[in-house]
Ligand binder design. Structure first.
Ligand code: NAD
Ligand code: 89V
Length: 341
């Protein structure tokens, strides 16, 4: 049985804890939040009795195999440092860090302490995204030469996550980070990126629209576009839509989790809708399923002593795209080298 603790009992951590309950041979034995009310509500909801308002105290008192850090980005560096010093494996929410420097420090700390460090970069774990990856890998459309990864919505994300309206950076750092990671997952590492951003909603502080172009090392070009200012007849939050063109055909992941595969054998339409887990709620079920999948992956990696797909090292490449995109947007669509490969 692996013993874990969770730090940060906020909006999204509730999903983490629901998923942990369903992972075999894992027990979340302690919770930490500096907000006493959130801590006590979460403790009652999940029946976890060991609670702390101070993470130092928790690491000193608890015998843990791993910690799940579900706080917002500004706290990740000190919490990862504490966990590494305690010799505890780490799963840390995205955005991993607010600078490449901090991210590099956390990766080095984990390496020095020989603990596994995985970033909770879960969008690539959605079953619809995995289905597209399988089609590409099986050669269903030949050699891929172009792709588009798109997330466009007018969903009110600010109600559940008010900090998104006031943070200095918004859509690339919060959501684009997932969409850029999917582009890396499907099309490979990236040599350079250019981007343009815009703020449409006057009531928020930072950009809510971003359009990015990626030059992948294997010659694929992709467009990654995100918007929280796009009102459509059918609101598809939180679906990521995909277009992939290959030498022998095309793939389209359309709204409603409908995958179209067109090649010399004809055109197939496949329903790749995620399962509705017993604790999940639409429309979030797609993301909630990916939380279960990534937690299971973390545990499998600990057991098999292998690096997770979205290890801290791997996530440095996704973060480089985030900060490269901001640099490009600040400098009139400058092409920014990110040397991802
Ligand atoms: P939140 O503000 O609702 O919750 C964060 C909690 O952490 C709060 O209760 C706060 O009191 C606590 N906290 C902060 N610093 C602490 C510390 N040092 N010690 C103990 N407790 C501390 O935030 P949220 O909306 O749940 O988001 C948390 C993270 O999850 C963010 O980084 C966000 O980007 C990410 N997120 C990821 C997904 C996803 O699909 N991967 C979805 C939503 C949010
Ligand atoms: O996944 C996330 O990080 C969320 C949301 C989907 C709302 O952007 O913040």
């Amino acid at each position: 049985m692996l013993k874990g603790a969770l730090i940060g009992c906020g909006f999204f951590a509730q999903n983490h804890l629901c998923a942990w309950r369903d992972i075999d041979d894992v027990n979340i034995t302690a919770l930490c939040d500096r907000d006493e009310q959130r801590l006590s509500e979460t403790s009652k909801r999940f029946g976890i009795e060991n609670t702390y308002t101070d993470a130092h105290e928790m690491f000193a008192n608890e015998e843990l195999d791993f910690v799940d850090i579900a706080t917002t980005v500004e706290t990740h560096l000190p919490l990862v440092e504490m966990a590494a010093q305690a010799g505890v494996h780490i799963i840390c929410q995205k955005p991993f860090a607010s600078s490449m420097n901090d991210a590099g420090k956390m990766v080095s700390m984990a390496d020095k302490s020989s603990v596994t460090l995985m970033v909770h970069e879960n969008f690539r774990w959605q079953s619809a995204i995995r289905a597209v990856k399988t089609h590409i890998d099986e050669g269903a459309i030949g050699d891929v030469f172009w792709g588009r990864v798109s997330f466009r919505s007018a969903y009110n994300v600010y109600s559940g996550q008010p900090y998104l309206a006031t943070d200095e950076k918004f859509i690339i750092q919060d959501l684009g980070i997932h969409i850029l990671d999917i582009a890396r997952f499907l099309f490979g590492d990236v040599g350079s990126i250019s981007a343009r951003t815009k703020r449409v909603n006057p009531n928020i502080r930072a950009e809510d629209v971003a359009t990015m172009m990626l030059d992948h090392d294997n010659g694929i070009t992709s467009i990654v576009d995100c918007s929280y200012a796009t009102s459509l007849p059918v609101e598809s939050f939180p679906e990521t839509l995909l277009e992939v063109d290959g030498s022998k055909g095309t793939l389209r992941l359309n709204s409603g989790y409908q995958l179209m595969c067109h090649n010399h054998d004809g055109t197939r339409h496949i329903d790749v809708a995620p399962p509705l887990l017993h604790w999940a709620e639409k429309p979030w079920h797609n993301i909630q399923e990916s939380v279960f999948n990534i937690e299971q992956h973390f545990v499998d990696c600990l057991r098999d002593n292998r690096q997770p797909e979205t290890s801290g090292h791997d996530n440095l490449k996704t973060l480089a795209l985030v900060y490269g995109a901001y640099q490009s947007a600040d400098n009139g669509l400058q092409v920014v080298k990110v040397g991802n490969g």
